[in-house]
Design a protein around this ligand. Structure first.
Ligand SMILES: *Cc1c(COP(=O)(O)O)cnc(C)c1O
Length: 451
């Protein structure tokens, strides 16, 4: 292997053909979702108005591996395996003895990892006879990914985009429209959940979810699709970590010292980290798994681990998760995809069990790392992904301090080419760090139900 190799890919016969379900290997089972009315464990029937049965069965599955349908593999093959880069230029700039590997999901058609789950979700819906999908989107990446997948399978796509992001990023809306979606600013006037707020409200993912759910539930031809948080979404993302394991082996590396991903709802982090968690649980490797979130929406580091709703209108099942409270509306930071009040129940469980770590970083430090990465590696990271890069930078500088040859794997969940206005503000020195105040946290947690 050349000393200067910088990109690792896979042979066709190394294609990942099954998703990995971490539940099969966890030492303790994760707590079940609860029905919002009865507060009893939610069964498959409770989810049936929103999701097709194939996805519900994946949601509750105990199977270790679930085969990826050929129709989904056909689409994955257009952009997978995604590259694993050795960030040699960045290492030099940092002067670190650490070896930094970057798994880059920005090569997907919509520019982020979200396509990995959008494609199977639309495929299973289409297979069950569904003709219309509704969803929410924060930063716009999920809406774009779902719009693309719907275009492929001939399904109508309707997106409620969080108001602050709708206003700040008209290009995102146009991109969704190019892929054929209908986009509404949330809170919209089309639903009860939206009309509960003034029309110019900045919105939140919680409100947008309520709107999309309200529209899908009564329409027999429609279902709802969620871009993160749920078990089946995390499952689909595990192609990322499974590929990375094979690619690292090609680079001649054993178990890395640390695997880092940003966490909004938890799907790109879990997709990268859970296959490494399996290595820990089954083979006793010592890899640290680190999720990174913004200080303005510090779900894992300052939220409470308890049952809460996934949305503002309290229509979803109750999930045991780290939460800031379903009423929480985070400040409009630029990492829109990290502005969710809750966290995937599986990621929450894994953190609670002490199998991973979480840190919160200020957005200015993240943009600094993002700009440094762009100037050395040529990729402009999504503001979300820059959180993972900032933590990787910290780890690399700590390795420099201690002189250790650490191996760092970092998930670059998407590119930031449609977030250039955020970079513009950063470069002009206009971004503020806006950590969540204790009083705002207490107020938001007051609305969490007692279960
Ligand atoms: C949506 C998104 C995130 C956050 O969502 P997760 O479910 O936590 O992965 C992170 N990065 C990018 C590029 C995104 O589009």
């Amino acid at each position: 292997m050349s000393d200067e190799q910088v990109v690792y890919t896979l042979e066709p016969d190394e294609e990942i053909k099954a998703w990995y379900n971490v539940v099969a290997d966890l030492p303790t089972p994760p707590p079940p979702a609860l029905h919002p009315g009865t507060k009893q464990p939610a069964g498959p029937d409770d989810l049936a108005p929103l999701f097709p049965m194939d996805l519900i069965m994946q949601e509750v599955s105990q199977e270790r591996y679930i085969e990826i349908p050929e129709e989904v593999l056909d689409v994955y093959r257009q952009y997978r395996p995604s590259p694993l880069y050795r960030a040699r230029n960045w290492e030099k700039k940092l002067g670190t003895p650490a070896r930094i590997y970057v798994k880059y999901e920005g090569v997907s058609p919509a520019g982020s990892h979200k396509v990995n789950t959008a494609v199977p979700q639309v495929y299973y819906n289409k297979k069950s006879g569904i003709t219309r999908l509704t969803t929410e989107t924060g930063a716009g990446q999920w809406g774009t990914a779902l719009a693309y997948a719907c275009a492929l399978f001939g399904v109508t796509c309707e997106v409620w985009q969080v108001g602050a992001s709708f206003d700040a990023k008209p290009q995102r809306r146009v991109l969704m429209e190019v892929f054929g979606a209908k986009v509404h600013r949330s809170p919209s006037r089309l639903t009860n959940a939206g009309r509960a707020f003034p029309e110019d409200h900045p919105g939140s993912l919680g409100i947008a979810i309520s709107e999309a759910v309200e529209v899908a539930a009564p329409d027999p031809g429609a279902k709802y699709a969620l871009g993160s948080v749920l078990n089946h979404v995390l499952l689909h993302q595990t192609v990322i970590g499974q590929e990375t394991l094979l690619q690292l082996a090609k680079a001649g590396e054993g178990a890395p010292d640390v695997v880092i991903g940003c966490a909004g709802g938890g799907s790109n982090f879990a997709g990268l980290a859970f296959p490494f968690l399996r290595e820990k649980l089954v083979h006793g490797t010592k890899t640290r798994l680190v999720a990174v979130e913004p200080t303005s929406c510090p779900t894992l580091t300052r939220g409470e681990y308890r049952y809460d709703f996934g949305d503002t209108a309290c229509t979803t099942p109750l999930f045991k998760m780290y939460t800031l409270g379903h009423d929480f509306v985070p400040s409009p930071i630029h990492a829109g995809g990290l502005r969710y009040h809750g966290m995937a129940p599986l990621v929450s469980h894994v953190l609670h069990e002490g199998l991973m770590e979480a840190v919160a970083l200020h957005q200015n430090e993240c943009f600094e790392a993002g700009v440094e990465f762009a100037r050395t590696q040529g990729i402009v990271p999504a503001p979300e992904s820059s959180h993972a890069l900032a933590q990787a930078r910290r780890e690399a500088l700590a390795a420099k301090e201690s002189g250790e040859e650490k191996v760092i794997v970092v998930g670059l969940s998407g590119h930031g080419l449609l977030e250039i206005s955020a970079y513009e503000q950063f470069l002009a020195g206009k971004l503020t760090d806006d950590p969540l105040s204790e009083s705002a946290l207490t107020a938001a947690l007051a609305g969490v139900p007692e279960v």
